[in-house]
Design a protein around this ligand. Structure first.
Ligand SMILES: [Zn+2]
Length: 145
């Protein structure tokens, strides 16, 4: 084994890891689920399709870009969270999925409803044990001004 003890090394934990993966070229892909009966898309997963009540789903890889549906800049929430962060919903019209997640931009002047959003990997916070907790995060892929 190596000479580094696992206890001494802060780990990086993956949040919601079922829904995102990173390619060899560091591109982040979101994947949800699609109803096998009516084609409705979901992320996160649900047990029963809200459109047709079917309970069977197949994996659904989302497009590399979505568009910003809405957002809010959160301040002073406390706990493990940063002083300022942005959370929002991004639509993937082709797949019919609306995804909730963090947004890397905290300047509301640089965000515009409907703007194109890409996905990246980011550390969202450090937990109480000193581990970085990473997840997918949205980032504008065009200028908001
Ligand atoms: Zn359905």
């Amino acid at each position: 084994m190596g000479n580094r003890s696992q206890e001494e090394i802060p780990r990086t934990l993956r949040l919601h890891g079922d829904y995102w993966s990173v390619t060899d070229t560091e591109e982040v892909c979101l994947s949800g689920f699609q109803c096998t009966a009516c084609g409705a898309g979901y992320l996160p997963a649900i047990t029963t399709c809200s459109k047709c009540r079917c309970t069977r789903f197949r994996p659904l890889e989302l497009s590399s870009e979505g568009c910003l549906y809405t957002y809010t800049v959160v301040r002073g929430s406390g706990g493990v969270w940063p002083d300022v962060y942005t959370i929002g919903y991004v639509d993937y019209p082709e797949e019919g999925v609306r995804v909730c997640g963090h947004i890397g931009e905290t300047d509301a002047g640089r965000l515009r409803i409907g703007m194109k959003m890409k996905v990246e990997r980011a550390v969202l916070y450090r937990d109480r044990d000193g581990n970085d907790v990473e997840c997918f995060r949205f980032q504008p892929s065009e200028s908001g001004r």
